[in-house]
Design a protein around this ligand. Sequence first.
Ligand code: GLP
Length: 263
Amino acid sequence: MRVIIKDEAQDVAEWAAGYVAYKINRFRPTAFKPFVLGLPTGSTPLGMYAELIKLYRAGKVSFENVITFNMDEYIGLAPAHPQSYHYFMHENFFNHINIKPDNIHILDGMTKDYAKECANYEKAIAKVGGIHLFIGGVGEDGHIAFNEPFSSLSSRTRVKTLTESTIKANARFFDNDLSQVPTRALTVGVGTIMDAEEVMILVTGYKKADALKHGVEGAISHVWTISELQRHPHGIIVCDKAATEKLENSTIEYFLDIEKSRF
Ligand code: GLP
């Protein structure tokens, strides 16, 4: 696992966006050989999306031949709902770049047949040959996508009931009204994420210090689903200093030192 430690959240955003652009450009995608990205929502990746839009506007990256799969979507929120992940992605990213609408994939939280929707999502990922780079954030309790504590580490796309902690954390997007936060979501599984060629998790702020500690130094466990990243051959965590507050000094020194001469 690589752990890239940056001073501030903005540095994380710039590094992550630069890395995504580098991976797309190096791949030289075409209509017949598209680059496939897995994408997150949440406040953490907002800075990265803003930086990617800047890179696109500056002509440094194109999304013409990029296919995307989002991690998750709330059950019961229509795409036009301002707190749906469909809305979030279009508002904060897709409306500002040259991605083709047909290349965007987001789970349908309004579906009547969850099992079918989830199975089709897995099939759609497989049909394009899998995901090259899956980007994620992490919840305070270590969840990736909506794979809450005690989710199977080999889980696939499915329905998840959200924990009290996640509902409370996300209430800030719903006028702090807990009753408005959906209690269930469709989400890719831990296994779906780990199937990607590369997985990059963004972690910023003191609130994520426990999740980072368990993800990097803890045992691999379904209690902190981020910890499964330890088994991925190409796992990258990009974090700010605030998030490293609970890491051992020796861990921080190791990763700062080993990253000095890399991208
Ligand atoms: C939600 C999302 C996750 C995200 C997490 C943290 O639970 N399903 O994908 O990582 O929130 O969000 P934030 O970045 O806002 O802290």
